[in-house]
Ligand binder design. Structure first.
Ligand SMILES: C[S@@+](CC[C@H](N)C(=O)[O-])C[C@H]1O[C@@H](n2cnc3c(N)ncnc32)[C@H](O)[C@@H]1O
Length: 255
């Protein structure tokens, strides 16, 4: 089977901007394009994620606009948010995923853009979001790219708004060897992980690293953090995931 990080035909045509250069063997846009509904079959009923959406919505201004970064198929997150009266703006670099999201949450309840997270910006400088969600969608980003992206949340999230981040943490994966960590111990590069029938390498902050990302780069206050294991069916051919969930808020007094 092809490596999920194998270069695509287009990426071999010439140099791409540096922020498109995925580290080797992480799941790429082309890889997600082939997954679509198979991804939803395995991960679309994650009870832990649904519980986290409950906790987030309890903190959101009713009916506000919520940004979903790496929205996948739109289920369960975007669909659940829309069903509760929130307006969803999703972004994903996989055209397959964006088509599925548009079907799951039709306009005007959902708007979905096909773009790399680092290339995307709100449609106008004045557009703010009452909530931001990012669930399992930063594994393709380097540390520096995640830091750049979360720094932008300072402009995108309205005062009093809330964010939900669900990501695996480096120390919770059995394949994370000491040599993989950055010198400050907050990030590990190339963690082996079996993902939907392929051997991948993930790029993850530690629990403390994810918290620092939200607080130091995003200017947010972490209100809740908890950890839950997700066990995919045997047929899925995926390793178990231990996910860290963070609910964070932007203080009302902060500009
Ligand atoms: C593991 S799935 C998670 C989907 C959804 N957030 C969920 O929790 O069900 C990751 C999603 O993020 C998207 N994604 C990953 N890296 C991205 C990037 N750099 N730019 C845009 N989308 C990205 C993938 O296409 C995929 O749909």
């Amino acid at each position: 089977m092809a490596s999920p990080g194998a270069p695509s035909a287009s990426s071999m045509d010439g140099p791409e901007p540096p922020h498109h250069a995925a580290p080797p063997n992480v799941p790429t846009k082309e890889w997600f394009d082939t997954k679509g509904l198979d991804y939803e079959t395995i991960y679309g009923h994650n009870e832990g994620l649904l519980k986290a959406v409950d906790k987030l919505t309890a903190r959101l201004r009713p009916g506000c606009r919520v940004l979903d970064l790496g929205c996948g198929t739109g289920r369960p997150v975007a669909h659940t948010l829309a069903a509760r009266g929130f307006q969803v703006h999703g972004v994903d670099f996989s055209s397959t995923m964006v088509s599925l999201s548009r079907a799951a949450v039709p306009s005007p309840h959902g708007v979905f853009d096909c773009a790399h997270l680092l290339d995307w910006a709100p449609p106008s400088k004045d557009q703010k979001y009452g909530g931001i969600v990012a669930t399992s969608s930063f594994y393709e980003l380097s540390r520096e790219q995640s830091e750049t992206l979360v720094s932008r949340w300072r402009d995108w999230l309205e005062p009093g708004g809330a964010a939900l981040l669900m990501m695996g943490a480096a120390e919770d994966f059995p394949g994370t060897r000491p040599a993989l960590y950055d010198a400050d111990g907050r990030f590990a590069r190339g963690i082996p992980f079996r993902f939907m029938g392929d051997d991948c390498f993930l790029y993850l902050f530690t629990r403390a690293g994810w918290r620092a990302l939200l607080e130091e780069k995003g200017g947010l206050v972490v209100r809740e953090h908890w950890v839950e294991r997700f066990v995919p069916s045997e047929k899925a051919d995926c390793d178990d995931e231990v996910n860290s969930f963070f609910i964070a808020e932007k203080e009302k007094t902060v500009e």
